[in-house]
Design a protein around this ligand. Structure first.
Ligand code: ST9
Ligand code: ZN
Ligand code: ZN
Length: 301
């Protein structure tokens, strides 16, 4: 590239990266985090059952993302029979992280164009951007431009995915808010406390998910490929129900366990294995130990 072309491409990159803030999202996220921090200080005023319910809803919505949107739909790393697909779609609506169709499109874009401007949460733009900032601004034009080429035909052929996409907002209203708030009131919790627990759980699941994009793209070991940002981070593995083995996952994205190790710190793999035992999950894809060792030797840290 000649000097003039280089300068003009840099200027273009700079102008493309000018961030257009979406104030509605900033205000909503600020409010959600403020209320959640306040809720942490009054947890002792809640019934024990309400806290246990909040934890259960955390796990259910986490599985809707990890076993559902991520490992099943974005990566096709195993197959699920209709009842399991329906269950995972319901779990997914509780997580309220955009419909499975949009989530998987975003995630396939992330893997294909990792750490470039076309990566929706490009971690080269810093911790804040890759954690939450990318949801507070308009996307870089490259995301839509390059993302258009991503094949989503398998998702368009899945009636459960398309049904959830069609009735997404209604399903979120019911499964992320109405049901989680109504259940604790059944054992005598107040509406206010049920509501606060619901928001706290939502906020925690969001942050544990975002940590995979931020923390696990910055800190940890890189035993499979030392040349990429994604890393093995045990804290994230625990908090994100098994999704912190991110160096492995970017090298072998089709492995249903997203890690070399089966159920170690991996509640999601435990869940999929249990579903396999009862015949609802099949065709779990796993990388052979020989291939893993060869890759470690070739590009590992
Ligand atoms: C949330 C999502 O939090 C979190 C996802 C995290 C992913 C993590 C992955 C890590 C691995 C898995 C680990 C899981 C661990 C879980 C642990 C659990 C404990 N390709 O978006 P728009 C086109 S959501 C192709 O509006 P703007 C397309 O035509 C939280 N095309 O861009 C699109 O139109 P349509 C709640 C694409 O206007 C059009 O562009 N939600 C692509 O720049 C416009 O798209 C929120 O906080 C693509 N990739 O707005 C905010 N992308 O969609 C929700 C775009 O009709 N989002 N196009 O086809 C927004 O408000 C907006 O998207 C925006 C950008 C303001 C962020
Ligand atoms: Zn990643
Ligand atoms: Zn992935």
């Amino acid at each position: 590239m000649n000097k003039m072309a280089e300068v003009s491409s840099d200027v273009k990159k700079g102008s493309d990266r000018k961030m257009k803030i979406v104030w509605r999202n900033v205000i909503l996220m600020f409010a959600l985090h403020g209320v959640s921090l306040f809720t942490l200080t009054i947890l002792h005023q809640m019934l024990t059952l309400t806290i246990a319910w909040g934890l259960l809803c955390f796990v259910i919505s986490a599985l809707g993302i990890t076993a559902g949107a991520h490992r099943l739909w974005a990566h096709k790393s195993y197959k699920a029979k209709l009842p399991l697909r329906i269950l995972l779609a319901l779990f997914n609506s509780m997580a309220f992280q955009n419909s499975i169709l949009n989530w998987a499109r975003e995630h396939r874009t992330h893997h294909k164009f990792s750490e470039t401007d076309a990566d929706p949460h490009n971690s080269n733009r810093g911790f804040f951007f890759s954690h939450i900032g990318w949801l507070l601004v308009r996307k870089h034009p490259d995301v839509a431009r390059k993302g258009k080429g991503i094949d989503l035909s398998d998702l368009h052929d899945d009636s459960v995915v398309m049904f959830q996409n069609r009735y997404y907002l209604l399903s979120v209203l019911l499964l992320c808010f109405v049901v989680p708030i109504a259940v604790p009131m059944y054992w005598g919790e107040t509406f206010l406390m049920s509501y606060l627990m619901c928001l706290l759980r939502y906020c925690l699941v969001l942050n544990c998910t975002w940590m995979v994009n931020s923390v696990a793209h910055m800190w940890g070991y890189r035993p499979y490929d030392k040349n990429i940002n994604p890393a093995e981070n045990m804290v994230v593995a625990f908090l994100a129900t098994g999704e912190g083995y991110h160096n492995y996952h970017h090298v072998f994205p089709y492995d249903y366990s997203t890690s070399e190790y089966g159920i170690k710190l991996n509640l999601t793999t435990t869940f999929i294995d249990t579903m396999a035992l009862i015949g609802l999950a099949t065709h779990r894809r796993k990388v052979s130990p020989e291939i893993i060792q060869a890759r470690k030797k070739r590009t590992g840290q």
